[in-house]
Design a protein. Structure first.
Length: 497
């Protein structure tokens, strides 16, 4: 260990932090976690923190890092295989430690599922290894000279790290677990406790046991020194039965260690004045130029080149959580306004078929692109008039922030981070300059339709619509404030150690 690894004093201006994650853009992405894993460490680094990212060496990751070099080897533990640690000095300035284990990660398909969309049967070992290495690097047994003061874990895939550290001999780093979505919990058969090299006595209600199973996320919530979620609203919601997914009792018990910190967005990447992926650049002062992006989007997707009808848009995973079954239910009324609809996303086969059928029967009004296309996502944010996020629950959400930045007012349900980031448009909020979108409360298709009708009516009032767009574009959704809050938590945890 270097002398710094055992400093008795804590310098909040430079804390050593290991950011353990299962995905990180642009190397590997399935959702918002990847965006956070790139942007938050960069923002922390800009504040002077000594931060490094730990990421599995999936096939697609290693293919993009041909010049990484080996810095350590990790021995096997129980049924968890050994691995190599590779270091990549990234252009963004945050060093990347890649966990290279071909037996677990060198395969086609996604990070969590096969090409057929089925969970990898050895996910417990795959992310058990990731958690174990995160804990090892934060312990006195680390093979590296650099030792973090805090291990920052993210979601169930790294949530076993606090348990490994809890049961490890000697002093170790403090741990922070960020819950990006409580619905995904990493639940496995209890026999895997031994396979993962954990002691038998960890399997109990005050350990990793969860209704007769092993839960990675429960382990993290139990043993992490602090817990954060990605919005203040979600931090409150998950302490109740409706959105606690069986963990609300534990979260309520740990409420004094639970923080709600709103995610930010990469305001350099998502900037309509400079975005290289859109045709016509614009700002709050040149909003008339936004119309050019609508024409380009309509032309690319084969929609009628209509200026006088609002264009509604969705960029999302197609799941029940996102409330898109409600949208499918009321699409006939939306199209009758009249209006157009653009959708980009994939997921539930039934929802995919429903939106594809709509596009087939209304080719001039509806476009459905199944899958994910980053350039098209930017074009949609710039070209649409209104963005739709009718989620049943939403820990944070990012597209509602992208949309406001692009002058594309969002329609959202009042839940989690959506309620924290969008101010409903009404006469009072238009007058005080806070209105930035449209918010509905009831979890129903009819409530969504009413919000859509309100938005369509407001869109036809050009002066009010311009004010609404400018309000949203003026909001600061950068990572700076959130990174400062995380730094404060790190300093507190490190001092307690």
């Amino acid at each position: 260990m270097t002398p710094a690894a055992s400093d008795a004093t804590v310098n909040p201006d430079q804390l050593r932090v290991l950011f353990a994650t299962s995905e990180c853009t642009p190397l590997v992405k399935t959702g918002g976690l990847a965006d956070v894993s790139a942007a938050l460490p960069a923002a922390l680094g800009a504040l002077g923190q000594d931060i490094r990212i730990l990421l599995p060496g999936y096939r697609e990751v290693l293919a993009q890092l041909p010049h990484s070099r080996e810095i350590a080897r990790i021995a096997p533990l129980a049924e968890v295989p050994g691995a190599r640690l590779l270091l990549e000095q990234r252009a963004a300035g945050v060093p990347l430690i890649v966990l290279d284990c071909p037996e677990l990660y060198d395969r086609s398909g996604g990070p969590y599922q096969t090409d057929a969309g089925v969970d990898w049967p050895d996910n417990a070992l795959r992310f058990g290894l990731l958690s174990r290495v995160a804990a090892l690097l934060g312990s006195s047994g680390s093979p590296l000279d650099w030792q973090p003061q805090v291990v920052h874990c993210n979601d169930w895939q790294t949530a076993l790290a606090p348990a490994y550290l809890h049961y490890a001999p000697g002093a170790g780093a403090a741990t922070l677990l960020t819950v990006h979505n409580l619905a995904f919990q990493g639940i496995f058969e209890p026999g895997l406790v031994a396979a993962l090299g954990l002691p038998p006595d960890c399997y109990g209600t005050d350990g990793v046991e969860y209704y007769g199973k092993l839960s990675f996320l429960k382990a993290g919530l139990q043993f992490a020194d602090a817990i954060s979620t990605v919005s203040p609203g979600y931090a409150r919601e998950i302490q109740g039965a409706a959105l606690g997914f069986g963990l609300h009792g534990l979260l309520s018990w740990r409420k004094d260690a639970l923080y709600g910190i709103l995610n930010g967005i990469d305001t350099g990447l998502w900037n309509p004045a400079t975005d290289p992926l859109i045709e016509c650049h614009y700002s709050a002062d040149t909003l008339a130029a936004k119309a050019g992006n609508k024409r380009v989007l309509q032309r690319r997707l084969g929609l009628a080149s209509e200026r006088e009808v609002p264009l509604f848009a969705v960029v999302s995973r197609l799941t029940e959580q996102k409330g898109l079954d409600w949208l499918l239910e009321i699409t006939p009324q939306l199209l009758a306004l009249p209006a157009q609809l653009v959708l980009l996303g994939g997921g539930d086969p039934q929802l995919e078929r429903g939106f594809l059928a709509l596009a087939h029967s209304h080719p001039q009004q509806v476009s459905a692109t199944i899958g994910f296309d980053e350039p098209l996502a930017h074009m949609i944010e710039a070209g649409a008039d209104v963005f739709l996020m009718p989620s049943r629950f939403e820990p944070c959400g990012m597209n509602q922030m992208y949309s406001q930045r692009y002058g594309t007012p969002p329609i959202v349900r009042a839940t989690g981070g959506l309620a924290d980031t969008v101010v409903d448009c009404n006469p009072a909020t238009l007058a005080d300059g806070s209105a930035s979108g449209f918010v509905f409360h009831d979890p129903s298709a009819q409530a969504l339709l009413a919000a859509i009708e309100r938005a369509a009516g407001a869109w036809r009032d050009s002066a009010s619509w311009r004010a609404l767009q400018r309000n949203g574009m003026a909001r600061d959704f950068s990572w700076v404030a959130s990174a400062r809050r995380y730094t404060g938590i790190y300093a507190q945890l490190a001092a307690q150690r």
